[in-house]
Ligand binder design. Structure first.
Ligand SMILES: *[C@@H]1O[C@H](CO)[C@@H](O)[C@H](O)[C@H]1NC(C)=O
Ligand SMILES: *[C@@H]1O[C@H](CO)[C@@H](O)[C@H](O)[C@H]1NC(C)=O
Ligand SMILES: *[C@@H]1O[C@H](CO)[C@@H](O)[C@H](O)[C@H]1NC(C)=O
Ligand SMILES: *[C@@H]1O[C@H](CO)[C@@H](O)[C@H](O)[C@H]1NC(C)=O
Length: 235
């Protein structure tokens, strides 16, 4: 009886081991500068052509004003850095910045509430401060991506371009309904995405710049997002 119990236990262990979930995540490096790469998290809501692995850039919509859009790697993707002290980073008070203009000046990523929506905000990269807490996730989270989630890409007409349509970045806040249901609030026609940091060189600033890299934070980033085989990683 004892022997068969031991055998049964062994069989059980052998059967269980392929099921055991060992967390495993793509390797990262560290850099102050990074680009943001689009990872579509619901393929059924992707655009045609696909926006998978496109890069985040900015769309000029006035003097010192930008919305946030998408382009290829050759299409001037923005280089970002996280700005703040170690304490800012730890307490969700750092911001995400890209340098633009002459002299180079900080353009912070901000989330601006859409009129008439309780949950949607439009991503902007206007000259000046960014929204505190827009940051790259860190340990103990296994993956590196921009928070707060959920970012969405939507097809919208921009008045500055006489109504021409652009794919723009917005953010949908998650809510909990009165019955305890978690609502992602992804708008119809928009693709939910994760924005992954891909390591890039943060160039040193020319003399006379208004930007400063003194508080640029060393950030975990992926060397080459497009080459990651997601099926090898998780949970
Ligand atoms: C990227 O998207 C794929 C599905 O297309 C998913 O398996 C993977 O977990 C996503 N990566 C991250 C970091 O969320
Ligand atoms: C960058 O962070 C430092 C330290 O918190 C802060 O003094 C500075 O104003 C920040 N710069 C921008 C452009 O937000
Ligand atoms: C965005 O919408 C416009 C107008 O409906 C359409 O012409 C265009 O093809 C759409 N763009 C994408 C990428 O789906
Ligand atoms: C990704 O990994 C899976 C599982 O090992 C493998 O079957 C698949 O061929 C890989 N895909 C690519 C594009 O390498």
């Amino acid at each position: 009886m004892l022997a068969s119990a031991a055998v049964l236990a062994l069989v059980g262990a052998a059967a269980a081991s392929p099921m055991a979930v060992v967390p495993n995540y793509p390797p990262t490096m560290q850099s102050t500068g990074f680009r943001l790469v689009v990872n579509v998290t619901d393929k059924a809501r992707d655009f045609t052509p696909s926006i998978q692995n496109l890069y985040i850039n900015t769309i000029h919509v006035g003097a010192g004003l930008n919305q946030v859009g998408l382009g290829t790697k050759d299409n001037n993707p923005s280089i970002w850095y996280q700005n703040g002290t170690a304490a800012d980073s730890r307490f969700g008070a750092s911001t995400l910045i890209t340098d633009q203009g002459t002299p180079l000046s900080p353009y912070g990523l901000s989330l601006v509430k859409n009129e008439g929506s309780a949950t949607l905000s439009t991503a902007r990269a206007d000259g000046g401060l960014g929204t505190k807490g827009v940051a790259i996730s860190h340990f103990p989270e296994g993956y590196r991506y921009l928070v707060p989630e959920t970012y969405v890409v939507c097809n919208e007409s921009l008045a500055y371009y006489q109504g021409t349509h652009f794919l723009v970045l917005e953010q949908a806040a998650t809510t909990v309904s009165s019955t305890g249901q978690i609502e992602k609030n992804i708008p119809e026609g928009c693709a939910p995405v994760r924005l992954l940091p891909e390591c890039a060189t943060l160039e040193s600033l020319p003399a006379g710049s208004y930007s400063s890299h003194e508080f640029a934070i060393d950030t975990d980033c992926y060397p080459d997002v497009a080459s990651i085989n997601w099926s090898l990683y998780g949970p």
